[in-house]
Design a protein around this ligand. Structure first.
Ligand code: IYR
Length: 226
């Protein structure tokens, strides 16, 4: 440990009863397991303050050296959404026609995706997440960030969960490459687009692929000495 003195504040932590912990863990799981990626969105407007609070929740994520190396570009302007759709569809056409190897196309078959991305214009919000490789210190000097992709991905996970909790549907969309997003949204080259989160209400009668999730024992191992 270094001997420099750091300033501290008391931790805000509420110790719950075990019964309450059990109840909360089970209820959170039953709520979050209903989240599904949606590809058909209604154009119904979403109140901005709901989005803002979900973004605030995302901004509480842990990050390397507390650098908070993320930027969320929140797009609701139809003209910008249109440009993002054109840029994404151009990359996606390349992907589906030539870039994607056959095994990848086979893996996507169950999802029914293709190069057309109308939801990028229909949904009321696109949140483009950028990972900041560098930020500026108080003196305006460029400083390197740490665990940038991990940190921005954790924040994105919190955002997706917060939006679901607030009653909204999302789609994690990853056109590749995503450089066109820096140009459209005028973000510096030190920021790497991580993904586009499409946010809104599902279109009435939306159906989703009949896919399942792994059971607990299929994605965990418990090292408890037994
Ligand atoms: N980015 C493409 C392809 C795609 C890739 C994966 I991995 C997915 O889980 C879904 C789609 C697209 O958005 O269509």
């Amino acid at each position: 440990m270094s001997d420099n003195v750091i300033q501290t504040i008391p931790l805000e932590f509420t110790r719950l009863t075990e019964a309450e912990m059990q109840q909360r863990a089970a209820s959170f799981y039953s709520q979050v397991k209903c989240r599904r990626t949606v590809r058909e969105f209604s154009d119904e407007a979403v109140p901005a303050e709901i989005i803002n609070n979900c973004l605030r929740a995302a901004g509480t994520a842990p990050s390397g050296a507390n650098r908070q190396p993320w930027h969320f570009a929140v797009v609701s302007d139809p003209a910008i959404k249109h440009r993002i759709r054109l840029g994404a569809e151009e990359e996606e056409r390349e992907f589906y026609q030539s870039r994607a190897p056959q095994d990848w196309l086979d893996a996507l078959a169950a999802l029914g995706t293709d190069a057309n991305k109308p939801f990028l214009e229909t949904a009321p919000y696109l949140i483009v997440i950028f990972a900041e490789k560098f930020s500026r210190d108080v003196a305006g000097e460029k400083q390197k960030n740490y665990y940038v992709t991990e940190s921005a991905s954790i924040a994105t996970g919190v955002l997706i969960t917060a939006l679901h909790n607030a009653g909204l549907a999302t789609l994690t969309h990853t056109p590749s490459p995503m450089k066109f997003l820096n140009e459209i949204l005028q973000r510096p080259v030190t920021e790497k687009p991580l993904m586009v989160l499409v946010v809104g209400y599902p279109k009435a009668d939306t159906h989703v692929p009949a896919i399942s999730r792994k059971a607990l024992e299929d994605f965990t191992s418990f090292h408890d000495g037994n």
